[in-house]
Ligand binder design. Sequence first.
Ligand SMILES: Cc1cc2nc3c(=O)[nH]c(=O)nc-3n(C[C@H](O)[C@H](O)[C@H](O)COP(=O)(O)OP(=O)(O)OC[C@H]3O[C@@H](n4cnc5c(N)ncnc54)[C@H](O)[C@@H]3O)c2cc1C
Length: 486
Amino acid sequence: MGFAVVNGGVCKRPRGRSLCRLDGEKGTSNGTAVVVGGGPTGLGCAMVLAKQGWDDVIVAERLPGCGPQSSSREYTYALKKRTMRFAEVMGFDDQLRHEGVAIDRLLLEVIDKSPERKRVEINAYDKDGVLYMRRKKLLKVLTDQIKDHYYSSVSIMFETQCVVKKDESDKLVVELRNLEGDLVKTVLPKLILACDGVHSKVRTTFETTYPQSFGRKIRSSPSAGLLYKALRIKGEALNTSMHTSVILRGGSKPRERYLQVGLFPSHEEDTRRIGSIVLPEDNDLWKIDNCDECYEYFQEHFPRISVRDIIDLDDMKLFLSSTPGRFPHIQWSTGFHSVSENAAYVILGDAAHSTPPDIGEGVNCCMEDLHVLHDSLQRHRNDLAAALEDFEDARRSDVEALMRITGYAHPYLYNQNSLMKKLWTAELALRVVLNKILPIAFDQHIIFLINEYSYSEALRRDLRTKTRIYFLTVASLSGLLYYLNI
Ligand SMILES: Cc1cc2nc3c(=O)[nH]c(=O)nc-3n(C[C@H](O)[C@H](O)[C@H](O)COP(=O)(O)OP(=O)(O)OC[C@H]3O[C@@H](n4cnc5c(N)ncnc54)[C@H](O)[C@@H]3O)c2cc1C
């Protein structure tokens, strides 16, 4: 089956195409692989499988293509080293650099109620820089890669809902249905990959069918449950470079009720910048249902800006009509694969591990899954079971470490609790100073460590430094008490 972007139907290979092809070795047909979900993980996963010799890969995605996405899915990703390493292995790093905005120092402009704009220049968390890219651009780069290089092995079916269920002989089959719910095709694949995101239904089927292989752990986080929406803002109206990050900060008290809109760097030619609004569920903004009231609400919070000049009526309508996204709890699977007599089952990306986006690792961790999967499949070319075992062994400790890290690294970013945010800032400042004075004894703050080391090594170093700070504090206090003769 060849590449085609098809809505709600079976794909046929387009005729007469002569594109450069990187599909893997032929002649060793592995059978059919079905990838459920065409987000970044699903599309990247299809490329990995095709490169490793799978010649019949179906990606089923229920949405109609890479865009338009709903306003709650219009994130800007901060792509870091983990994503770039995977892109280099797969050969699309240049395309990412071309589509994204590369930043090595963050120029932050704060527009609040004071008459002067505040400008702060800070180091990007990753010393090699960060590439900012909208979700739909990332999806387009991945889809184009499949179209150009893996067209004879991969079929993408948009507007197709996947249902994984047991057939009469207790085997897991995949039903591909169009959006009306009509059955288009039933497939009995050799490999099913759940890449269907944080609310994965396929994961639930795997968990009930193979409870010995798949389990789930959930941990709460101070940012879980916050609601998120994207707001389009006219690029030129803010009078600032598109490469600058901007924070529009409202003036209301208490601080927990601040309205804050964060804008990530964007391309010069983008007419709209995407602002993120993250607020608790009980905030008044979520109750507003008409444009005039919404303009009034923003104007009240941002008195220094003419809100109607920066937000078009159509963009405001879009904002109001979309459903907010909800930050998930920290949750992860205790196992990532299972192999039965007839087939193998794998969970990847947000389906396997998801966190609130406090430290922007979501998509980077997903891309690292794919990198590790690629290497495992390559190492065990003719033994899928061994490859998946290898993948899970390599991945488990890092995923568990990231889940722990996300719980404490930066959860008060959204002003839910001003005291906790101040304590976080104080710890960051202390770590920067200690690391400058004695880097051999005190590692940097965890938000920097995750860009230098594997998640498990970053966690180990962070806990070690915390212990050292604890003993240093106890020793200093004891010394002081002794000196004061108390
Ligand atoms: C509110 C919110 C904000 C976020 N902001 C950021 C951020 O700023 N930076 C960052 O790095 N990460 C962010 N993340 C995390 C990031 O979006 C995810 O880590 C990343 O998108 C995971 O990719 P994925 O492909 O695994 O899952 P998804 O991107 O969720 O893709 C899953 C896909 O599967 C499809 N699907 C689901 N079920 C089916 C089915 N049965 N049949 C067919 N298709 C199906 C869905 O339509 C979807 O397209 C955010 C997450 C949330 C929830």
